[in-house]
Design a binder for this molecule. Structure first.
Ligand code: ZN
Ligand code: ZN
Ligand code: ZN
Length: 410
């Protein structure tokens, strides 16, 4: 195909190749979230320390199995807080060579370890209560035990409210889990309170039954926490709703023709996201990069939990497989050999190659000397020669107005 559409200058452009993007995003928000998480975890730990001591001492002195069970619960919480604290310190370190995705995964592993601890202590409490009910070893709790249980309820409910505020604000699943844990602690103390009150009123068995209920609650907490950590460790993606939002953000970018291989995964409270976007096949690499950048920024802005987005740019749908052509430099070299057959053709600039699955297309504007007839017939022969090669499927040769002889261009 020969086109005579005026002086185009030197066609200079890059072939539309697929490319990978890796951009790291370290928002200030991350630091803010980390220090807020540290603060609320410390407050929770202090409260747990005081509650553990109070419940344990008063539970024993005040003869309440339920309060002792609740103390075990608080002790488990104390260790849990400590582990979470260490995990946050480890997790907030920047990515390094050994952990290119950062250290957020420590939070998840810590959560799993804590959940196992909670499950074990729950089993001990339940087993102990059953054994004592079975052997009629009734307890006789005092009013002091009742008072401590009441205080524990108030403190834990307050902790729940403070903690959930931080967790929701910064989307920190671990802190959210901690908050719900505080609330389940409050319920646990409510159970202890009812058991102790019932025992004082004369239903002796209620204290032990309450201890068992506290154990069951603890068991459930541990199971739930562990399950969530396991899900995250198994690289679970984002929920359906978030995935739809991300999809919508991608395809609403005008030059995104199609989307495939959209993958998300969690690390700590953050989401990593990668995808292939299909763009118009004959745009330049720089234009493709601009589209990829817009997609990346739109997702980071639209879904705050997303920390990193990797966009791969496809000029064609390669979901069913891809076609690897000869190297661009080799194609250019072959093209030069063909051009050299024509003594009156001088290549100016680099030809533009569209390296598509159907084959390589060439667009060039060489300098051709001679009269108008010669120029036109040479261009036609050049197109023919290029298209005759197995390496190229289509050639477009633009003529330069300046090359036309003055006598015929008038
Ligand atoms: Zn880039
Ligand atoms: Zn607890
Ligand atoms: Zn692809």
């Amino acid at each position: 195909m020969v086109m005579n559409d005026g002086d185009l200058g030197s066609p200079k452009g890059d072939a539309d190749t697929g490319m990978s993007e890796y951009h790291h995003n370290t928002p200030k928000r991350r630091d803010e979230a980390d220090s807020a998480a540290k603060r609320i975890t410390l407050v929770g730990a202090l409260a747990n320390l005081i509650l553990t001591l109070a419940k344990a001492v008063v539970g024993v002195v005040g003869h309440s199995a339920a309060l002792v069970a609740d103390a075990v619960h608080s002790a488990a919480d104390l260790i849990s807080d400590f582990v979470v604290w260490v995990a946050i310190i480890l997790g907030s370190r920047e990515a390094d060579e050994n952990h290119p995705y950062g250290h957020r995964r420590f939070e998840t592993m810590a959560t799993l370890a804590v959940s196992i601890l909670i499950i074990i202590s729950a089993i001990v409490i339940i087993r102990d209560s059953i054994l004592r009910i079975d052997s009629q070893q009734m307890t006789s709790p005092t009013h002091l035990a009742l008072l401590v249980a009441a205080l524990a309820i108030v403190v834990k409910e307050a902790l729940y409210r403070l903690t959930i505020k931080v967790g929701r604000r910064y989307h920190l699943p671990l802190i959210n889990a901690n908050a719900h844990h505080h609330r389940s602690d409050a319920f646990s103390s409510v159970a202890a309170f009812i058991g102790i009150a019932g025992s004082i009123q004369g239903v002796a068995m209620l204290d032990l039954i309450a201890a068992m209920v506290v154990g069951l609650m603890l068991f459930r907490v541990g199971l739930k926490l562990g399950w969530e950590a396991l899900l995250e460790m198994s690289d679970i993606g984002v929920d359906e709703e978030t995935l739809l939002i991300i999809q919508e953000l991608i395809v609403s970018e005008p030059d995104v023709v199609a989307l495939h291989l959209l993958k998300t995964r969690h690390i700590g409270g953050e989401v990593l996201c990668e995808m292939h976007i299909q763009v118009p096949p004959r745009i330049t690499a720089s234009a493709g990069h601009q589209i990829a950048e817009r997609v990346r920024l739109a997702i980071i802005k639209g879904v705050p939990r997303v920390a990193e987005v990797t966009v791969h740019v496809d000029p064609e749908d390669d979901e069913e497989g891809t076609v690897i052509l000869a190297r661009r430099q080799d194609l250019l070299a072959e093209l030069e050999i063909i051009v050299n057959y024509f003594p009156n053709v001088e290549q100016i600039g680099e030809p533009l190659l569209h390296m598509l699955f159907s084959g390589c297309e060439v667009i060039m504007a060489p300098k051709i000397s001679g009269d108008l007839d010669t120029i036109q017939s040479t261009a036609a022969s050049l197109v023919e020669a290029i298209e005759a090669s197995d390496s190229f499927v289509k050639a477009t040769v633009h003529l330069r107005l300046g090359d036309l002889p003055a006598a015929t261009s008038a």
